[in-house]
Design a protein around this ligand. Structure first.
Ligand code: 0CN
Ligand code: SF4
Length: 329
């Protein structure tokens, strides 16, 4: 037996909980499914409804057409805005084409938009920590383009200039690494001691909870597999968090068949988690593959219980049944 071969009895999987769908993704995907059922194909979605290849491919097979911009949508059609939110300019463009729109923006992204509007109204300089080019950042920055500067990370802090150092606030994208964001904030505060914090956490509960679970299991893992797509910010952050928290290796995969069996050589403990946009069926696929290779022992690592559910956009809520029974007089 070679030194790197681990006896089956010693192999195990640590399965992070919570993982996978958050309340905002669940709502966004259901919004598209219900809109399709109600209005029939084709319906249009601006950008990917959530950043997951499997979700997008599945909806495309059902008749959803994903577009980059509103001008690709025929006048009068139905357009859904994705979970990541849109700027007022995008809403105006959709109105100008007389599109019927349904907004699947996560309410926790909308909350950050409201903060941006409020602090712009009070004439603050808003330092939006987030990734340039990410749809959510474009949407939030678009609420107050004259007041918002995007700060990608600690390396951007020196470039920031503000008009009045006593009126500066930081806000953030919802799906960042908590630790890296706090590092950026510390560096910003060294430059601007009066920097104000957001009224409440902008990094959402789901992003935070998935990072906490990964941090808990990573020090015990030879390998952490994160199921998620490359353009999914929160999923990519989980790989980084796993490595920073002590996992010996970590990889992001969309599907089980992307796992390179060489990754498993000499591995006793595999950690497994998934991003907030990832359907559980994809995690099951990875568990099946791991089981075929001797990792049948699965131990949950539970750090939080999630119960949040968001109601669907108004247009898709079941209509209330009115009791029209007329009582005899
Ligand atoms: O993967 P997602 O669609 O988006 P990001 O992590 O890239 O922001 O997950 C849902 C998050 C939202 C909004
Ligand atoms: Fe909403 Fe957070 Fe989910 Fe994004 S990751 S959709 S902000 S709950």
């Amino acid at each position: 037996m070679s030194a790197s071969v681990i006896p089956a009895g010693e192999k195990r999987v640590l399965l992070a909980e919570p993982r996978g769908y958050c309340a905002g993704v669940d709502r966004a995907v259901e919004t598209v499914e219900r809109a399709l059922k109600k209005h029939g194909a084709p319906i249009y979605v601006r950008k990917e409804i959530v950043h997951n290849r499997h979700v997008v491919d599945t909806l495309m097979e059902q008749g959803v057409i994903f577009v980059d911009e509103t001008d690709e949508v025929p006048e009068g059609s139905l357009l859904v805005f994705s979970a990541h939110g849109v700027s007022p300019a995008v809403r105006d463009a959709a109105d100008n084409r007389h599109l019927h729109t349904i907004d699947a923006t996560c309410p926790l992204v909308t909350k950050v938009h409201q903060e941006a509007k409020r602090f712009a109204r009070d004439d603050f300089d808003i330092l939006l920590i987030g990734h340039d080019g990410h749809e959510e950042v474009e949407g939030t920055a678009g609420e107050a383009p004259d007041h918002v500067q995007v700060v990608n990370g600690p390396e951007d802090v020196d470039k920031v200039t503000v008009r009045d150092e006593s009126k500066v606030i930081w806000l953030s994208q919802t799906t960042l690494s908590v630790d890296e964001t706090m590092l950026t904030v510390r560096k910003l505060r060294e430059r601007f001691p009066d920097l104000q914090d957001p009224p409440s956490d902008d990094i959402c509960y789901a992003t935070q909870n998935r990072q906490v679970a990964v941090k808990e299991m990573a020090p015990r893992c030879d390998l952490v597999i994160v199921v998620g797509s490359e353009n999914s910010s929160n999923s990519v952050r989980l790989v980084e968090v796993a490595l920073q928290a002590g996992a010996k290796a970590s990889h992001l995969v969309d599907y089980a068949n992307e796992i390179d069996l060489a990754w498993l050589e000499g591995v006793r403990t595999v950690g497994l988690t998934s991003g907030a946009s990832v359907p559980e069926i994809l995690v099951r696929g990875v568990l099946d593959l791991l089981s075929e290779h001797g990792y049948a022992d699965v131990e949950p690592v539970k750090t939080a219980q999630e119960t949040l559910v968001f109601s669907l956009p108004r247009e898709l809520r079941p209509s209330r049944v009115l009791n029209l029974t007329v009582k005899p007089s």
